[in-house]
Structures are given as structure tokens and as C-alpha cells.
Design a protein around this ligand. Sequence first.
Ligand SMILES: Cc1cc2nc3c(=O)[nH]c(=O)nc-3n(C[C@H](O)[C@H](O)[C@H](O)COP(=O)(O)OP(=O)(O)OC[C@H]3O[C@@H](n4cnc5c(N)ncnc54)[C@H](O)[C@@H]3O)c2cc1C
Length: 326
Amino acid sequence: MKILVFLEQRDNLLKKSSLEALGVAHRIVQGHGSVEALILGEQAQALCEQAQGFGATTCHYVQAPSLRHYQPLLYKEILVQAIKQLQPDSVLGMTTPLSRDLLTRCAAALKAPLLTDLVDITAQEGRLMGGKKPLYAGKVLATLTYETQGVKIATLRPNSFAAEKIPGTMTIQALPLELPSTAMEKIELTEVRKGKSQKADLTEAARIISGGRALASADNFAILHRCAEVLGATVGASRAAVDAGYATHDMQVGQTGKTVNPTLYIACGISGAIQHLAGMRTSKIIVAINKDPEAPIFSIADYGIVADLFEAVPLLTEKLQGILKE
Ligand SMILES: Cc1cc2nc3c(=O)[nH]c(=O)nc-3n(C[C@H](O)[C@H](O)[C@H](O)COP(=O)(O)OP(=O)(O)OC[C@H]3O[C@@H](n4cnc5c(N)ncnc54)[C@H](O)[C@@H]3O)c2cc1C
């Protein structure tokens, strides 16, 4: 059995969550096969080093200036060629905008079955059999199984699996394949505009503090940023806060925003509408600060603070500063 893990890079930085897929692949094949990885990029060879010690025996790379930014058709063509050449039984990637797009295109091109956004996997003798996926805003977990033969493709929800250090050596090698011409792209990349830099992307963050409509202004988000600084957290927002212009869209958590899965999620002045819960209910520990004791967010919170956030957050920041300094 062989599993190929697509390791994603952005701006020549390996996505931390990709390493989680290596750990999953290692658990699937244990004693029954091998895990190989693939990185595409402008400096892909150097990035392979970062995958060392996470369970892969070989890290393949395809390096070219044209692979600097994600080009859907070019990347798909290369991944399809790599799959044909390496003949894996399964291909894993993470549920990120890039990998979700890419692996869907590959699955269509190869007529291979695709399961997306898995938070658990089932395997038998090194073979990926299926997995579990949250549906209806996380209210149910659907159990999905592959029914066809041939290569199986899956994407995994970030932060649902641990990226474990696994002893072993890994070979780094260039994948010898014909690089398709960029002229094949029907999509032209004209410009890459970066959003305001955040500490860690919300989908990768281990700690998140989010604010809702109750923040009442963009300036008031400063109290969340201060707390985030102390906690090493990333700041998120509800859609109401984004729509009101208090926060930018890349900060939105929820059904029409980002799906996050941190170890700690602190919701400040967020009521807990189902569309918000859809993006954060699988967080490991949820803390809610809300002055309404009946707010629905308390029904899924592990810890609830019934208080005015403008008093509670600065106090929490101060206490955390003291505790984390010790
Ligand atoms: C198709 C669709 C998609 C959507 N997608 C999303 C999405 O992706 N993400 C998302 O978040 N929403 C989404 N929504 C909107 C969602 O339904 C809610 O309207 C939104 O989440 C509410 O945001 P909120 O909790 O910040 O505001 P509110 O619901 O107005 O809640 C504000 C809360 O703050 C509390 N509060 C007020 N003042 C204070 C204070 N001083 N201290 C402490 N607490 C205080 C109040 O008690 C209240 O609970 C979507 C809606 C639709 C229809």
C-alpha cells in the first residue's frame, strides 16, 4: 500500500496543517506500506526538508518558477501525472481552499472517488476505507466509505489530527515529469493581493479570540488584539461584525467564512447563531463571554462568562499576562 500526501506551500512556506496529513497517512499504512509526499513550488526542494521526521519515506518535488503561485490547471496536470507515475493507493491533502480545489480537479480528471473535509478516517490493513465528515453545521457526523476500486482521494479538516514526529529517514527526490506549458492555463493570474498580515491564518491557528456585533466598532477590536498578543492567538469575527465593517472578511468564522478547529476558541459578544457555530463548533475548548445568560453560544461552550466583554476581556488579558509570564 502506498499513500501520497500533497504538501501545500504558500509563499514558499510549508502549510503546517499539511504535516497533519502525513501523520494520518502513517497511521493508515502502519506496517502495510509506505507514505510519500509531494511538494510543488518555486523552491519546493528546500521545503522538502521541513517534512523530514513526520512519517514520509520519500518526499518528491517539482520545482519551477511557474509554480510560485497556485495555477489550477497547471498544478492539476502535474499532480495527475505524479499520481499516474507513483501509483499510490490513496492521495491525501488538507481541506484548504487550494487543496480542496486541486484535489477535486484531480479526482475529476482521474474519475477517482473523493471524500472531503474528513475529521476521522477508517482504514484496514493499510487501505483507506473512508472516514467521518461533519454535516449540518457540525450537528451530525456522516460516516462515508469508498465503494470503488482504484486510487482514493481525501481531504482532511485542519487541526483534526495531530502532526506527530515519527522517527525514520526520508529521501528527497525530484519527480521526473514533463512540465506542462503555462500557456495551457485558461485562467490568467494577474495579481496577488495579500490581506493584512495576521499572526497565523485562522484555519491554521491553535488559539482564536473572536468578536461579534457587540464590539460596536473597528477600534474596539483592539481589546481582542491585545488579548491575542498575550495568548499567541489569531483574531476572528462573526459575520455581523464583518458586515458592520468592524473586521475584515478574511477574519470571518462560519458557514460563509472560515471553518476553524483550534484548541482554544474564545467568542466575545457573539450570540452563537447556527451559521457561526458551523465554522467553530469542533474547536477543542470553547469559551464564551456574553452578557446575556440565555445566549445560544453558552449551549456549546465549555466555559461561560456572563459579563460585559469590555470589562471581562481586559481583565482576562491582564490575568493571562500574569499567568503566562510565570
Ligand atoms: C446564509 C447565511 C450565512 C451566514 N454566515 C455566517 C458566517 O459565516 N458567520 C457568522 O458569524 N454569521 C453568519 N451568518 C449570520 C448569523 O446568522 C448571525 O446573524 C451572526 O452570526 C450574528 O453575529 P453576532 O453573534 O456577532 O451578533 P448578534 O447575534 O447580534 O449577537 C451579539 C451578541 O453580543 C452580546 N452582547 C452585546 N453586548 C455585549 C457586551 N457588551 N458584552 C458581552 N456580550 C454582549 C449579545 O447578548 C448577543 O448575544 C449567516 C447568515 C446567513 C443567513
